[in-house]
Design a protein around this ligand. Structure first.
Ligand SMILES: [Zn+2]
Length: 69
């Protein structure tokens, strides 16, 4: 299997931010490889995600935040 040398797995931890009120909403894990694959095969992106925002009190698009420390 190629590409298994790296220490880091494909899983990335990222924050999700409400695109409406900009509130920080969630921390989520996603599989980077899956996202790349999805983009290449189906031309869809994992983000933005529709998530419930506590501030807006409804489902809104949540964008991926910059890398967490
Ligand atoms: Zn919001």
């Amino acid at each position: 299997m190629a590409g298994a040398k790296k220490k880091k797995g494909p899983r990335q931890i990222t924050g999700l931010q409400c695109s409406v009120c900009k509130a920080f909403g969630y921390v989520t894990e996603y599989n980077k490889n899956n996202e790349i694959l999805m983009k290449q095969t189906k031309n869809v992106s994992t983000f933005p995600l529709s998530k419930y925002c506590k501030v807006c009190q409804k489902h809104t698009d949540h964008k991926q935040m910059k890398k967490l420390k």
